[in-house]
Design a protein around this ligand. Sequence first.
Ligand SMILES: [Zn+2]
Length: 204
Amino acid sequence: MQGKQIRLMTIGHGPRKVLFIGGIHGDEPEGVVTTAELPGAFEAAGLADRVTLSILEDANPDGRAARTRGNANGIDVNRNFPASNFDGADPSNGGKALSEPESRAVYHTVDRLKPDLILVAHSWTGRQFINFDGPSREIAERFSASSGLRVEESNSFAPTPGSLGSCFGRDRGIPVLTIEVLKGSDPAAVWEQLRDALLQSISG
Ligand SMILES: [Zn+2]
């Protein structure tokens, strides 16, 4: 870590608990406007009595500042979680699960909040889709209908050992939606595209 904080904001006080993570790969900043606009839209939609929404602004602020996928140690934070499929043989995964301060921060946040749903913003070169782990096919399909992002199963697009989705979705049964918008998209347009789908899945 280079001393940049990982910031967590909590709004609303309802029984449904949702965690939104604004980014975990530093070179995928397309969700930045979405992350900034979400609190206001959440309040405006009147969801505060229904949902407690925690927003982890950016799980990899050093990578974001340096525009690198990994953190300051060159580790892919989204391969460093203690999932049953963790791959310690690839040094870019960190060698040992939770070796990185960023993955530890996310891990302990999820452990403490025990969310009913986790949403994570990413981007992908050449196409956009919504990926899900854990018991979240239906919620992914609703998200797809509202946003236009096609649903893709985990592992159908890339192996993701030690990912947040593998750890919390597949291993622990927490619904995880991984939102992959088109890399290089205008962040303001991404928010317009995702707003209704996000509010709907947050609302439950
Ligand atoms: Zn990503």
